[in-house]
Design a protein around this ligand. Structure first.
Ligand code: SF4
Length: 343
């Protein structure tokens, strides 16, 4: 049954992390049962995906959890959630300027799984796996195998040795795909590094399998000595259903931010983005970045030209208070910070 989000949810005056988490193993079951077969997806959605140019994609195959599929519109090959996960034949086309590593992250690796692009912050590729395979992903060609974080967490050496690092970012892959035990060990090790004062977690799990937000997970994040920021990756208001709302409420004791990618045919519309930003705020998350898509091989069909992006952003700005408008940004390899295209 679809449990579509139907309106603002009143937030408690005091965030209550103990209220409403799921049983410990519910998310693992969803992970195991994710849809990986296009024919099955076609049947579930009652739609002809051949018309949408769906195609098997060997190195980055279809993978989409069922709770996310349940939020897609039946019979609509252009559903904005479906478009984010459906492999298309055109992904194989070579397009000038689209490459495997457009952000040149290979050059920013300072230790296995440790990427340092900006001053004072180090990103750890905490997991090489994701619950969902987003077709627009800028790390879809990342060589995860050489960067695994085993029990010795090799990425941490680069952080311990550099007192200028004040913030650690757990990314991936999706860091919340780590087992609770492994994530707990990682958080404890980061907590022990005195010069680190912020811990940021980037995740799409509360979007696609909100059941991941268990009481144990909340406890692990709350055990960090540092202030914890959870950056969610919602791209469209239709992604937010009652279970996502519940997950965000359970994460309410942390700073919640959201970053989206501006994607052609998904959310390249000021009204769609306004709805997303308002729903996120109702649930305690502030939209902070709207990324122009990176030029990753296989993703050219998502591109939104910059002039059009600025126009969409201008119309969004006209509809919302300033604190609800995400900055429109572009990432340029080697730059000291993301370039703000519009605020
Ligand atoms: S969850 Fe994030 S890292 Fe994983 S495929 Fe999607 S965008 Fe990429």
């Amino acid at each position: 049954m679809i449990t579509a989000y139907s309106g603002p949810t009143k937030r408690a005056a005091e965030p209550d992390c103990a209220a409403g988490p799921w049983p410990a193993h519910a998310w693992r079951l969803e992970l195991k049962q994710a849809v990986t077969d296009i024919d099955e997806l076609q049947g579930l959605l009652n739609v002809d995906l051949a018309c949408a140019n769906a195609a098997p994609s060997g190195c980055f195959p279809l993978r989409v959890p069922r709770p996310y599929v349940q939020r897609m519109r039946r019979g609509d090959p252009n559903d904005p959630l479906l478009r984010q996960v459906l492999p298309l034949a055109r992904e194989a086309d070579a397009v000038a300027g689209y490459v495997a590593d457009p952000l040149e992250e290979a050059a920013a690796l300072v230790a296995p799984g440790a990427i340092q692009k900006y001053a004072g912050r180090t990103l750890i590729v905490a997991s090489g796996a994701c619950a969902v395979h987003c077709r627009y992903c800028f790390r879809r060609h990342f060589p995860y195998d050489g960067h695994r974080q085993g029990a010795d967490f090799p990425a941490l050496a680069a952080i311990r040795d550099d007192p200028s690092i004040r913030e650690v970012i757990l990314s991936g892959g999706d860091p919340l795909l780590l087992t609770d035990a492994h994530l707990g060990r990682l958080v404890a090790r980061i907590s022990a590094i005195e010069h680190v004062s912020r811990l940021r977690i980037h995740t799409r799990l509360p979007v696609v399998i909100p059941q991941r937000v268990t009481a144990a997970l909340v406890d692990i994040l709350a055990s960090a000595r540092q202030r914890v920021v959870v950056v969610l990756h919602f791209n469209h208001g239709n992604e937010i259903d009652a279970d996502c709302a519940r997950a965000l409420r359970n994460l309410g004791c942390f700073t919640l931010l959201n970053q989206s990618v501006l994607l052609r045919g998904v959310n390249d519309d000021a009204d769609v983005l306004r709805t997303l930003c308002e729903r996120l705020f109702d649930l305690g998350a502030l939209p902070y970045y709207l990324h122009l898509p990176d030029a990753v091989a296989g993703t050219a069909h998502f591109d939104v030209p910059e002039r059009r992006a600025i126009d969409i952003h201008r119309r969004l700005t006209a509809q919302l208070p300033g604190y609800l408008v995400p900055k429109l940004v572009r990432e340029t390899p080697g730059a000291a910070a993301k370039a703000v295209v519009a605020t």
